[in-house]
Design a protein around this ligand. Structure first.
Ligand SMILES: Cc1cc2nc3c(=O)[nH]c(=O)nc-3n(C[C@H](O)[C@H](O)[C@H](O)COP(=O)(O)OP(=O)(O)OC[C@H]3O[C@@H](n4cnc5c(N)ncnc54)[C@H](O)[C@@H]3O)c2cc1C
Length: 470
């Protein structure tokens, strides 16, 4: 049944104190609404039981990130964009930053909040596995004061939480202790962004003396709430990662979880994917970021740090395509490691004038094409071809549909369509393009800039790998 706006009342008292006293006056009568990205979906479907809404959107007390020497305290009203843009979160809590990046599209990331994601309590929510592995704590607030509890205890069952009817989540606390850990996140869905996951993983691990010294693995979409795989973690701790451990870890995962069939996937598929994701994580923990490799990367960057400025600009330019970006990156040298280079890139990119964003966009060929509208470096042309490999392999009908959609996009926004094509099929890209046609100018520009940021990140990693080989 359609909702009738006149059946609803909404107030916005504007301060945390006024809101908690409103909640205390009639416990359970008022539903807090933050970004509204879950609440409004229920409203539109005529399934919102609450009739009295209290806005907590953009409340200064909930929209701050405080950093102390020991912990980061994230206000529950912080949006995914706030998290994505925060350098320290990107550096020290990359699992949360990646979850923020693939939660919906830019419009959703500008509105959806971390507190809303926790309270909405979907088993498929993207940021929750990251909170589990970082062993977050939540601070709840009411007129009775604050209470702090481990996030792992917050979900009492499917869509049930320990939040009292007069309480709000005020903040989420993360201890700053994961610097030496390898982190790994993957979302398996129809696509990375703008799709609900069939299974998602967030995992952290650390090796010492050739054995797993510490490990934390959490999965979403395999139980009524996101879960830590305690049995698998125990089975892996203290062991060297070899083929027999990978085999037994896969078995433990598959006996530890009991996923269900639903419209997005089957239980059997989820079991198999969960096993694969854990094996992939362990495999990478063992090889991808070993100490030896880190040293090698550091040496490669040390050489780039010493190049004359013009040479250093030319070397890094194909990763982004904007000369202002390349010059700003060179001005920030020395950059110590891959993490520093990625963090610098994100910050420089965000602060560039829009004309420099346009220069980067123009360095790409149209999706499905081979030439950019302006001459691009040979390295950029090679990378574009690799990134769009799945598109060139698509059938003719799909490629025609994509070409038509590209033209329509160019007529509407007056520039080429930018999407991070790596790992996406032609059908994925077409679906994303069609969704983004509904964006207004500003939202779409921000979305294109975010996609370009992701492209630069992938290219920077490749660039470092290729410098190592050559
Ligand atoms: C197009 C679209 C795409 C999406 N894609 C994804 C995705 O990829 N991954 C994903 O995980 N989610 C996704 N979502 C779901 C949604 O965006 C997130 O769950 C978001 O974090 C909800 O935050 P919000 O501020 O909008 O919550 P709201 O809708 O405002 O509130 C949700 C619930 O949380 C409660 N609440 C909110 N803040 C507080 C607080 N501080 N204290 C107490 N209660 C609170 C509200 O009362 C309500 O019950 C998507 C939604 C849409 C519409």
């Amino acid at each position: 049944m359609r909702s009738n706006p006149s059946d609803y009342e909404m107030v916005a008292p504007g301060s945390l104190a006024a809101i908690v006293s409103l909640l205390a006056g009639e416990p359970g009568a008022w539903l807090p609404i933050a970004g509204g990205t879950d609440v409004m979906v229920l409203y539109a479907a005529g399934k919102l039981p609450a009739r009295k809404l209290v806005s907590i959107w953009n409340l200064p007390e909930l929209r701050r990130i405080d950093v102390t020497a020991d912990e980061v305290r994230i206000g529950a009203g912080c949006t995914y964009s706030d998290l994505r843009r925060h350098d320290l979160i990107g550096r020290e809590f990359p699992l949360l930053a990646s979850a923020a990046q693939w939660t919906g599209g830019i419009a959703n990331q500008n509105r959806g909040t971390i507190g809303g994601n926790i309270v909405n309590a979907s088993p498929a929510a993207d940021s929750l596995p990251a909170l589990l592995v970082y062993e977050a704590e939540v601070v709840l607030v009411s007129v009775r004061g604050e209470r702090r509890l481990p996030y792992v205890d917050f979900h009492a069952g499917y869509k049930k939480t320990l939040l009292a009817p007069d309480e709000l989540i005020q903040s989420i606390c993360l201890v700053r202790r994961y610097s030496g850990y390898f982190s790994h996140a993957r979302k398996v869905g129809a696509r990375n962004a703008q799709a609900i996951s069939k299974v998602c993983i967030a995992a952290l691990g650390r090796l010492a003396n050739g054995v797993v010294d510490d490990v934390r693995i959490a999965l979403g979409s395999v139980a009524p709430v996101p879960i830590r795989l305690r049995e698998t973690e125990l089975a892996v701790k203290g062991r060297a990662i070899d083929s027999s451990l990978l085999l037994s870890a896969r078995k433990t995962v598959m006996s530890e979880i009991h996923p269900i069939d639903d419209i997005r996937s089957t239980s059997g598929y989820r079991l198999a994917v969960a096993g694969n994701l854990v094996v992939e994580f362990l495999h990478r923990l063992n090889s991808d970021r070993s100490g030896a490799e880190r040293d090698q990367v550091d040496n490669v960057l040390a050489r780039w740090n010493l190049l004359p400025p013009d040479d250093a600009v030319n070397k890094i330019l194909p990763c982004c395509g904007s000369k202002a970006w390349a010059r700003a990156m060179v001005a920030r040298r020395p950059l110590a490691d891959e993490g520093a280079i990625l963090a610098a890139s994100n910050e420089v990119w965000r602060n560039l004038p829009r004309s420099d964003w346009m220069e980067a966009f123009e360095s790409h060929p149209r999706i499905g094409g081979t030439h950019a509208s302006v001459p691009a470096a040979a390295q950029s042309v090679t990378w574009s071809a690799q990134e769009q490999r799945n598109v060139t392999e698509a059938d003719m009908a799909l490629n025609h549909a994509l070409a038509d959609a590209n033209q329509e996009y160019e007529r509407r926004f007056n520039r080429i369509f930018i999407v991070c094509a790596t790992g996406k099929s032609a059908a994925d890209i077409l679906a994303i393009l069609q969704l983004r046609m509904a964006n207004d100018e500003e939202t779409e520009l921000q979305e294109a800039a975010e996609q370009q940021r992701q492209i630069a990140e992938i290219r920077l990693r490749k660039w470092i790998q290729e410098m190592k080989r050559g």
